[in-house]
Design a binder for this molecule. Structure first.
Ligand SMILES: Nc1nc2c(ncn2[C@@H]2O[C@H](COP(=O)(O)OP(=O)(O)O)[C@@H](O)[C@H]2O)c(=O)[nH]1
Ligand SMILES: [Mg+2]
Length: 108
C-alpha cells in the first residue's frame, strides 16, 4: 500500500485550482482515491469546490506565518491526515460505478 504526495504550488491566479479540479476528476474516473489539503494564508473558498468532488478535504491557514514555512512544517501532519482518510477511501465509489472496489492508493 502506498501513497503519492503531490504539491501544487505557484503564483496567485496561475491556474492551480483549475488544474487540480480537472486532474482530480480524471483520477476519480480511473478509480484512484484522492484527498486534498489546501494551504492558504487568511481564508479560502476552495474547500467548497473540492468537496463538490466528494473527496476528503482539509484546510490549513497560515495566518501570521509565512505560508511556505507553514506548509513545510505541517507536511508530516498532512501526510498523517491523508493516511487517516484511508478507511473512507476503501468505500469510496466514483459516480456511475456499479461494481468493484476502487483502488484506495495510487501506485507507488
Ligand atoms: N484563459 C484561461 N483561464 C484560466 C485557465 N486556467 C484557469 N483560468 C482562470 O484563471 C483564474 C485563476 O485560476 P485559479 O485556478 O483559481 O488559479 P489559482 O489561484 O492558481 O488557484 C480563474 O478565473 C480561472 O477560471 C486557462 O487555462 N485559461
Ligand atoms: Mg486556487
Amino acid at each position: 500500500m502506498s501513497l503519492r504526495f503531490v504539491i501544487v504550488a505557484g503564483p496567485p491566479s496561475s491556474g492551480k485550482t483549475s488544474v487540480m479540479l480537472h486532474a482530480i476528476a480524471h483520477l476519480k474516473k480511473d478509480r484512484i482515491a484522492v484527498a486534498v489539503c489546501k494551504i492558504d494564508c487568511l481564508e479560502t473558498a476552495d474547500d467548497r469546490r473540492y468537496r463538490q468532488l466528494d473527496i476528503p478535504v482539509a484546510i490549513g491557514l497560515s495566518d501570521y506565518l509565512c505560508p511556505d514555512h507553514f506548509y513545510a512544517v505541517n507536511l508530516e501532519e498532512v501526510w498523517d491526515w491523508a493516511i487517516d482518510q484511508a478507511p473512507r477511501w476503501w468505500w469510496w465509489k466514483p459516480p456511475g460505478s456499479v461494481t468493484g472496489v476502487p483502488r484506495p492508493w495510487t501506485a507507488a
